[in-house]
Ligand binder design. Structure first.
Ligand SMILES: [Cu+2]
Length: 300
């Protein structure tokens, strides 16, 4: 009996691993910072926190699949083996010490296996390593305002682009995805620790970038925070993730990760209050990145 149980457990485990391998296949090796058609699993990770979230997600998914298949196998076996025709006289046994110990101890072990990496991840998310750059994000109905307090305190609003403005960019060769592209992107340097202080002026909003593993409620009258250290250049999109009214779906967040040199140039333009120059620097960075990707994909 115990041998059979173990056998079922091993099969469930193998099936679980296969399912996880299929499920977490990246959406596309090329696409970062947004979801793609037919995507399975999560958006590609670009920060230490996002990598840890993916590892934890894979672990928990594997455990869920193993348990589900194991219970399914037991149910099917019981329905077959102990049906009325195959087992007309039911057993009157009510206790089995070994099984009772197993179904108490095994779930405890599984919970500990989940709890250890879970608390480690929680700790990482709230570790806040020393900041190289601090940004303040304020949610409004229905746009975001971003401020750079340690770069002279300049600030700007980020509104979603309508189709007309998007097409203008697309004609210049710059990607501007629908419902994600904004007029003024948040710009940060690559491989630097960025703290984002988050708040709201009217109702609850939520500052979210899935590829960074960042998701923080923006609460009026309070300051919450998230941090990230982006490992690659590119543009990473997110959307307000706290239902905030009629245009909740239309207040996206775009974070452009650039080289330190480009970042400094952009900061100078922003400090000089020259929005056009700042956005020109962003557009150049976008085109350069696209050219680099094209060369890389041809080389592959
Ligand atoms: Cu909102």
């Amino acid at each position: 009996m115990v041998k059979r149980l173990l056998g079922a457990l091993v099969w469930a485990g193998l099936a679980g691993l296969a399912a996880v391998a299929l499920n977490v296949a990246p959406a596309s090796a090329e696409v970062f910072g947004q979801s793609v058609d037919g995507q399975l699993g999560l958006q590609n990770a670009v920060t230490p926190v996002a990598h840890s979230i993916h590892d934890f997600y894979n672990l928990v998914t594997a455990i869920i699949i193993v348990i589900t298949l194991f219970v399914l196998a037991l149910l099917v076996y019981v329905m077959y083996r102990f049906s009325e025709s195959r087992n007309p006289t039911p057993s009157r046994v009510t206790h089995n010490t070994l099984i009772e110990v197993l179904w108490t101890v095994l779930p405890i072990i599984i919970l500990v296996i989940i709890a250890v990496p879970s608390f480690k991840l929680l700790n990482l998310q709230y570790a806040y390593p020393k900041a190289d750059l601090t940004i303040k994000a304020t949610g409004y109905q229905w746009y975001w305002s971003h401020q750079y307090p340690d770069q002279g305190g300049f600030s700007f609003d980020s509104y979603m682009l309508d189709d007309e403005d998007r097409n203008e960019l697309i004609e210049k060769g710059i990607d501007a995805p629908r419902n994600l592209a904004v007029d003024n992107e948040v710009v940060v340097p690559v491989n630097k620790v960025v703290h984002v202080l988050v708040t709201a002026e009217d109702v609850l909003h939520n500052w979210t970038i899935p590829a960074f593993g960042s998701k923080t409620d923006a609460v009026p009258g309070r300051l919450t925070a998230t941090w990230f250290k982006a490992e690659r250049e590119g543009v990473f999109y997110g959307q307000c993730s706290e239902l905030c009214g009629i245009n909740h779906a239309f207040m996206p967040i775009a974070v452009r990760v650039v080289s330190e040199e480009t970042f400094n140039k952009w900061v100078e333009a922003r400090k000089a209050d020259d929005e056009d120059a700042a956005n020109e620097i962003i557009h150049e960075a976008a085109l350069a990145l696209k050219a680099k990707r094209k060369v890389a994909s041809v080389a592959n």
